[in-house]
Ligand binder design. Structure first.
Ligand SMILES: [Fe+2]
Length: 295
């Protein structure tokens, strides 16, 4: 299973699309009705869908999987009695599967049979999304639930986060111990650390300074640089997330402590705690479909 994309609804979607293409450094894959599809250099048809709407919310986070994985998800979601619906994707790339609402309202869509596209040779484009982080009221419960129902695995727990994986990448998803449910941030995977640094420079050319970074995290060992996008969400350039074996030993908060005055491996940058906290609360998940039996 792989994280593929996030689908956002927001006012002035075209301005958000222009930021992501002209400044952040992605390409417009296409538009359908009032939705702008943003792609990277990899084989996914798009990474971010931006749909015009009256208010800002998350329609779904989309994972692609096999028919066998989808059948298992059907069984687990039904058994657990989570709200869900069958879907045929009308987004670029199509595919069919289910959307599941987790207990705190997160909407995760799982598609099989969605199309892939020709890759693009451009070292400045993000390759794909590497993770989406959700704020949670109870991140611990969210971690347990996605292990039981979605087949994800918790890779590490820290004081602030529960990191979960759906393949060998250390995390494709994480739940932040925020006390409320929302989208925390969206991370784009760059080819290498140089591409992250050039991205930071490109943003600086347009008068954006990082809200945090560049730096290197503890769990996952990935390089990061976070920005608050003009359309309100927190976006991240990231690279080099750790690949972990099946039997990776799940770390606990006691395994992930920092020396005083340090919150990443490098200690180069300040963190705009207030700005990030506000931006991390802006996009909530909103279900616009009626649950149905998916059995
Ligand atoms: Fe991140």
């Amino acid at each position: 299973m792989k994280l593929r994309s996030i689908e956002l609804v927001l006012p002035k979607a075209s301005e958000a699309a222009t930021f992501l293409t002209d400044i952040w450094g992605t390409r417009l894959a296409g538009t359908l009705d009032q939705t702008f599809y943003i792609r990277g250099s990899g084989s996914f048809p798009y990474l971010v869908a931006l749909e015009e709407g009256d208010s800002s919310y998350v329609r779904s986070v989309t994972y692609v999987c096999s028919e066998a994985e989808l059948a298992q998800l059907h069984a687990n979601v039904s058994a657990r009695g989570l709200k869900a619906t069958n879907v045929v994707s009308e987004d670029l790339g199509g595919g069919a599967g289910i959307v599941v609402e987790l207990p705190e309202g997160e909407l995760f869509r799982f598609l099989a049979g969605s199309e892939e596209v020709e890759t693009i040779d451009d070292p400045d484009l993000p390759v794909k999304l590497t993770h989406v982080v959700c704020n949670s009221e109870d991140a611990e419960a969210s971690g347990h639930l996605v292990e039981e129902v979605l087949g994800f695995k918790v890779s590490d727990r820290t004081k602030g986060m529960v990191f979960v994986r759906c393949n060998a990448s250390h995390h494709s998803t994480a739940f932040a111990r925020a006390g409320f449910s929302s989208l925390n941030h969206i991370a784009f995977e760059m080819q290498d650390t140089d591409a992250v640094m050039r991205g930071v420079g490109r943003l600086r050319d347009h008068a954006f300074t990082p809200a945090w970074g560049p730096g290197r995290h503890g769990p996952g060992d990935n390089v990061f640089a976070y920005f608050i996008a003009p359309f309100g969400a927190v976006v991240e350039f990231s690279t080099a997330v750790e690949l972990v074996p099946e039997d990776y030993k799940t770390g606990s908060p006691e395994d992930w402590t920092w020396p005083e005055n340090r919150i990443d491996q490098w200690g180069l940058s300040d963190k705009d705690f207030d700005g990030l906290r506000k931006a991390e609360a802006r996009f909530r998940f909103r279900r616009t479909w009626a649950p149905q039996s998916i059995a």
